[in-house]
Write a protein that binds this ligand. Structure first.
Ligand SMILES: *Cc1c(COP(=O)(O)O)cnc(C)c1O
Length: 364
């Protein structure tokens, strides 16, 4: 599903020298390398400010905290996402309110969100799942109409665009993850908050550093959540390759589409509004588990993101949801299958996957 060693070999000289530079500098936490990558990624996403933190999870936590959302508040989000999106809400005493996904895109359905707004709702937290941007226009309209904050979890979507514009143009904040398998991955954990709001920038900068503005004075109860200089240097070395990697993912996706048209695979939906960066190439298949086993026997790794919706996970049983509450999210969990789409794949490998799917369908 990813070939991080092949990728490292293709960029070894730049990465090694970037890491060596940090080692020679003796400066390992925040500092000049982190400031440089913050500026570069802010410019890349066309956001005014970027604040490097420990992980994509902490980027969400600190964004919501910086917006003043907490105990007793409700935030509306999707049950069909990575668990981090929801766990941070619980840590802040926020009640996660789920709304169902749209079946074609797997993304949070704006109409379902609007039906879930209550007097306690403070924010909407859509996820740009699989690299496809959530509906920026619909969510901006709802946020404005009800006076809600808007935070996008863009952990899977660096480089995505909506209506031709990079992600920096939308919402109160959005968050990135540099987990190694993400489209822009570090060699360890890392994440970033991006925002056009100076108050959010200032608050996240303090929160990531124990609530301190620099000295030993604390005006907020903070966290220890900083991006480190080695990860910043790795990201700097990799960032100039990102557009080419995204292009490879999109070319791979187009090859899959062509070869899989006419099969029982339901291909990922896209429209003219969103520029999809294919963190995952996720199909639906009526015989998902049998197909997955068949591919595995032929040496083909696939992923099921995600096998169970968050409202049915034991950890979130206290929220009181039941099976059947979000039928589209539940159906997606039974049907989705992510095929390898990382930039290092070859055409021959993609053709091998598609041939295997065609063979499976012939006899099932
Ligand atoms: C990866 C991911 C996160 C968390 O990022 P980490 O850097 O692993 O903390 C959050 N949300 C989504 C949708 C993700 O895919």
């Amino acid at each position: 599903m990813a070939d991080l060693v092949a990728q490292y070999r293709s960029i070894r000289d730049e990465v090694d020298s970037a890491i060596r530079e940090v080692l020679e500098s003796g400066h390992f936490i925040l500092g000049g390398y982190v400031e440089r990558i913050e500026q570069e990624i802010a410019a890349y996403c066309e956001a005014t400010y970027a604040i490097g933190v420990n992980s994509g999870t902490d980027a969400l936590l600190l964004s919501l905290k910086a917006l003043g959302i907490g105990k007793g508040d409700e935030v509306i989000t999707t049950p069909f996402t990575f668990v981090a999106t929801v766990e941070v809400l619980c840590h802040l005493g926020i009640r996660p309110v789920f709304a169902d996904i749209a079946p074609d895109t797997f993304l949070l359905d704006a109409r379902a969100v609007e039906r879930s707004v209550t007097p306690r709702t403070r924010a909407i937290l859509p996820v740009d799942l699989f690299g496809q941007p959530a509906d920026r226009k619909a969510f901006s309209d709802i946020a404005e109409r009800y006076g809600l904050a808007l935070v996008y979890d863009a952990a899977q979507a660096i480089g995505a665009r909506y209506a031709g514009k990079p992600l920096g143009g939308f919402g109160d904040a959005f968050t990135l993850s540099f987990f190694p398998t993400k489209n822009l991955g570090a060699y360890g954990d890392g994440g970033m908050v991006l925002t056009n709001r100076l108050d959010v920038r200032d608050a996240v900068q303090k929160l990531r550093f124990h609530g301190s503005g620099g000295g030993y004075e604390y005006d907020a109860v903070g966290y220890c959540s900083r991006l480190d200089a080695i990860q910043a240097a790795v990201l700097h070395a990799k960032l100039r390759r990102l557009d080419a990697w995204t292009e490879s993912r999109r070319i791979h996706a187009a090859r899959y589409r062509e070869a899989l048209t006419g099969t029982r695979c339901v291909l990922p939906y896209t429209d003219d509004c969103g520029f999809h960066v294919y963190h995952q190439f996720t199909i639906r298949h009526p015989q998902r588990d049998a197909l997955r086993a068949y591919l595995r026997e032929r040496g083909i790794q696939t992923g099921v993101y995600y096998p169970s919706p968050l409202h049915l996970q034991p950890a979130y049983a206290h929220l009181g949801y039941r099976s059947g509450d979000f039928p589209e999210a539940e159906r997606a969990c039974r049907e989705v299958l992510s095929l390898p789409v990382h930039p290092e794949l070859t055409n021959a490998q993609i053709d091998y996957v598609c041939d295997a799917i065609a063979e499976f369908e012939k006899c099932h």
